[in-house]
Ligand binder design. Structure first.
Ligand code: BDR
Length: 349
């Protein structure tokens, strides 16, 4: 009896000690960073930092983010650079959010390297960073939610090759150098074309930059040497890897009287791009799902803040859809490319 009692007392003592140690251990990650316990009562604050704020695409991302923030009790701060190539402005915004000690950051990095510094600072402050849209070369982020951009670019190449019956002269207008999302689309596009020896790439080195104005100028640089004295152009097809390059090229073609003269596959959607699709001056648009991307970004951030030890999915795919005149009025496609922006009425920035 005595020995069993002693054994029980020793077991109980050790178990109690273990429990005390476990619960008294201040919240710390394995690497020693303190775990910020989210106050369960007050809403958490998440900063959504887009690449830019001029493209329609980012408004749609914001729609999704607002929807998730209302559903999950998140105070949302939406702040980003005007131009989607203004690296220093985006760096400043992320730095400011770290200083402000927001609970989490959802970031669409303009550059796959330049944003590593402020993301490292956020990590050291135990502020989780969720990357959306465009990759960042960092192991300090909690999840990456994106379109498979290589695959989307490959789809665009396949579609354009089909429109050209697999032969002709094609130009590629690139996006912003160092921007992972458009870099991957361009690579996918070129890899798809490589399968068609009858397709000749007549231009692929021009970068459209961060606005439709800079894209317009780059488009003129592509078109000018291809124009004949008869006003015709030695070009059969063109691909642009995002909203601003697509709109810049569209305007350059139309201003040259060449709207509808070349087969045109663009990327993203906006009312103006959809009008061109209806008119036939654009043949197809590769549409992402920015509303879903914004929604999933805020949802992942809220999960990570409320359950700090939770390991999120490292990569979450959001599908891309090729939109044409033929399918753009189908209910599912229509709701994708004409998202209901009314949720933003009265929403402060
Ligand atoms: C465009 O830039 C890309 O990073 C987005 O995916 C979208 O295509 C918006 O400015």
């Amino acid at each position: 009896m005595q020995s069993r009692l002693w054994k029980f007392l020793i077991f109980a003592g050790i178990s109690g000690l273990v429990l005390i140690l476990a619960f008294n251990q201040p919240g710390r990650f394995a690497d020693g960073r303190s775990i910020r316990q989210a106050p369960s009562a007050k809403p958490i604050t998440v900063a959504l930092v887009p690449m830019g704020t001029t493209d329609e695409y980012w408004r749609a991302v914001y729609v999704g983010a607002v929807s998730a923030s209302r559903e999950l009790g998140v105070a949302l701060v939406f702040q980003g650079p005007m131009r989607r190539d203004d690296r220093s402005a985006q760096l400043d915004v992320v730095d400011a959010m770290v200083v402000r000690q927001v609970d989490a950051i959802v970031l669409a990095p303009i550059d796959n390297m330049a944003l590593r510094g402020p993301v490292e600072d956020a990590y050291r402050s135990s502020i989780p960073v969720i990357v959306i849209d465009s990759d960042l070369q960092s192991d300090r982020t909690a999840s990456f939610i994106r379109t498979d951009n290589y695959k989307a670019g490959f789809m665009a190449g396949e579609h354009l090759a089909g429109l050209l019956n697999h032969h002709g002269r094609v130009a590629l207008l690139r996006g912003v150098e160092g921007n992972a999302s458009t870099d991957h689309r361009e690579r996918g596009f070129l890899d798809a074309l490589a399968a068609y020896p009858e397709i000749t790439l007549v231009s692929s080195s021009q970068h459209g930059g961060g606005t439709s104005e800079t894209a317009y100028k780059a488009s003129e640089n592509i078109l000018a040497p291809l124009k004949g004295s008869d006003g015709k152009i030695a070009l059969d097809g063109v691909f642009c890897p995002n909203e601003s390059t697509t709109f810049g090229m569209l305007r350059a073609l139309e201003d040259s009287g060449l709207g509808g003269s070349v087969r045109f596959v663009g990327f993203d959607f906006s009312p103006k791009l959809l009008d061109a699709l209806e008119k036939g001056t654009i043949d197809a648009l590769v549409a992402q799902d920015p509303v879903r991307m914004g929604y999933l970004g805020i949802k992942a951030a809220a999960q990570k803040v409320r359950q700090p030890e939770l390991t999120l999915e490292p990569v979450v795919d959001v599908p891309a859809t090729i939109v044409t005149r033929q399918n753009m009025t189908e209910p599912q496609v229509k709701s994708l490319v004409r998202p209901n922006l009314r949720i933003l009425d009265g929403v402060g920035d």
